[in-house]
Design a protein around this ligand. Sequence first.
Ligand code: C5P
Length: 250
Amino acid sequence: GRREDLAGRHVVVSAGGTREAIDPVRFIGNRSSGLQGYALARTAVARGAEVTLVAANVALPDPAGAKVVRVESARQLRDAVLTAAEHADAVVMAAAVADFRPVRQSDTKIKKSSAEPDPIHLAKNPDILAELGEIRRSGREAYAAAAGDGRETGDGPDAREAAGAGGPRPRVIVGFAAETDDVLANGRAKLERKGCDLLVVNQVGENLAFGTPDNAAVVLTAEGGSVEIPRGPKEDLADVVWDLVAQRLA
Ligand code: C5P
């Protein structure tokens, strides 16, 4: 049964939506509430997993039993996810990550006094999901290189552990995608482009997804399969995702 089928597994879940600062009071953000990611974290705890929840701007209480890392921007979310992923069995990227950020963040509040507003120039954010797949393909040293920030690159006990019995980490990578049209074709192309094992594809519209307790989705697998999840509570969708993850880890 489900109850303890993730015991001994370390899973990482990202939730919420990133914010990209324009100045100290303004940002570019999105409507993600974090409800689906939190449901994933809660259900994983219930199934016995050690859970790291990377939460971007979520106004929900910390789920009991999970380690919660709060972040704001895509680059902070990337650092937190890559750090935790190095020792993870599975990573589920449920967060809505901003694709772009303002090139320049003003240190002071931008005034409206000028005659013409200044344009906001954007730079591309890293695609964390795609990066996880690349790092897994290229081996463990890639973590230190990707994280960059002064971490050791030698073969410590961590390197042996990561390269050891379990194989390259994370062993299972799960992405989410919200599509408005050609849901299956777009989802399939996205799964291949991002190199993940499972892609949970939501049809947006019809009052589903953002900020609602219910969700409906199709989960695409790297082998070309698909599992339909009918409309229902986000917990139910989360449990189907963990069923598929547990199968792949077994
Ligand atoms: O490309 P798209 O934004 O539709 O992909 C969605 C999936 O990719 C989600 O799992 C999201 O968490 C992840 N993503 C990411 N980094 C980005 C953009 C999206 O990890 N910069």
